[in-house]
Design a binder for this molecule. Structure first.
Ligand SMILES: *[C@@H]1O[C@H](CO)[C@@H](O)[C@H](O)[C@H]1NC(C)=O
Ligand SMILES: *[C@@H]1O[C@H](CO)[C@@H](O)[C@H](O)[C@H]1NC(C)=O
Ligand SMILES: *[C@@H]1O[C@H](CO)[C@@H](O)[C@H](O)[C@H]1NC(C)=O
Ligand SMILES: *[C@@H]1O[C@H](CO)[C@@H](O)[C@H](O)[C@H]1NC(C)=O
Ligand SMILES: *[C@@H]1O[C@H](CO)[C@@H](O)[C@H](O)[C@H]1NC(C)=O
Length: 267
């Protein structure tokens, strides 16, 4: 267990994700470098540890947990208008009992409701169930850090990052890793379940309807080239008001999924 390593990056986590964002509209952004005195809405296995880590799953099998920012966001510029650009960033770590096996992962979620009581654990990652998976009436955008390969969702491997709409089947995904900064653009793979602390960035460009997801070891600055890019117009997916949060679940392995810091902003 390398939990103590997790305390360091809290100190490294700072700043709002959208540099161009005007400070006046403070209601459209938040930033947490640790969760000790936050009032997130938690359910299932999700808790905040005494050290201030957001623990989404707690070492028990076949359970799910969620954490949501309590207030909803309006991501459209005006009622019925297009979804604006937004950026999220979070620091995470996954601790498994086994060095090469863990389940099932973490999803960053934008959803019309905080109520995922009917969603299933295990491969459904607390996001959907066998009946509503993929249904357009879910109005969900998610980014998955998926540590199991589920053939029924056409997962590419057991260590990938995916852009998901309304369910567990990704519209675009890539093996976990990053492209190096500078001239050396080579791909470096990373293991999501290594117990190391990593950071993820989820950026939506409303003008281009483009979703970029990037991950890197926590000590690295954001790689210039995203890991996964998908063109998908979230204006046709998201409702007027959205809740922002995380979903995670265990299957037969009692993995622990942690969030150490988190920021979100409408740009
Ligand atoms: C995890 O959370 C569940 C639900 O809150 C609880 O029943 C279970 O005892 C917890 N497991 C551990 C190992 O704390
Ligand atoms: C969540 O949804 C379930 C199923 O639709 C419902 O029974 C339950 O009352 C809801 N819980 C809350 C807190 O709204
Ligand atoms: C999608 O969900 C809606 C609302 O719950 C339901 O009426 C519809 O039958 C579902 N569609 C499919 C294909 O399951
Ligand atoms: C790029 O980086 C990788 C990994 O650090 C290294 O193996 C490779 O030799 C580098 N290539 C160049 C052209 O510097
Ligand atoms: C996305 O959809 C909205 C609403 O249908 C539309 O107004 C907007 O132009 C679309 N954006 C792009 C980039 O296609």
């Amino acid at each position: 267990m390398r939990i103590s390593y997790f305390l360091l990056p809290i100190l490294l986590f700072h700043g709002f994700p959208c540099v161009a964002f005007a400070a006046a509209v403070a209601d459209d952004q938040f930033s947490f470098s640790g969760f000790r005195d936050t009032d997130l809405n938690l359910d299932g296995t999700a808790t905040v540890t005494p050290e201030g880590l957001l623990e989404l799953t707690n070492g028990s099998v076949q359970l799910k947990g969620h954490a949501f920012f309590p207030a909803p966001f309006r991501l459209r510029g005006s009622p019925g208008g297009a979804v604006q650009s937004f950026s999220a960033s979070f620091v995470f770590g996954i601790v498994s009992t086994y060095p090469s096996l863990s389940c099932h992962g973490i999803a960053f979620v934008v959803a019309p409701s905080k109520n995922f009581s009917t969603a299933l654990a295990a491969q459904y990652m607390g996001l959907a169930n066998i009946d509503n998976n993929g249904n357009v009436s879910n109005h969900i955008f998610a980014t998955e850090l998926d540590t199991m390969q589920n053939i029924e969702f056409e997962d590419i491997d057991n260590n990938h990052v995916g852009v998901n709409i309304d369910g567990l089947r990704s519209v675009q995904s890539h093996a976990a890793g990053y492209y190096g900064n500078s001239e050396n653009d080579s791909f470096q793979s990373i293991s999501l379940i290594s117990g190391s602390v990593m950071r993820a960035w989820v950026d939506y460009d409303g003008e281009l309807a483009r979703i970029d997801v990037t991950i890197a070891p926590v000590q690295m600055s954001k790689p210039a080239r995203p890991l996964v890019s998908a063109t998908y117009n979230l204006s046709v997916v998201l409702t007027e008001q959205q809740y922002i949060g995380f979903s995670s679940a265990t299957g037969p392995i009692n993995s622990r999924h942690y969030i150490l810091g988190w920021s979100f902003g409408v740009c």
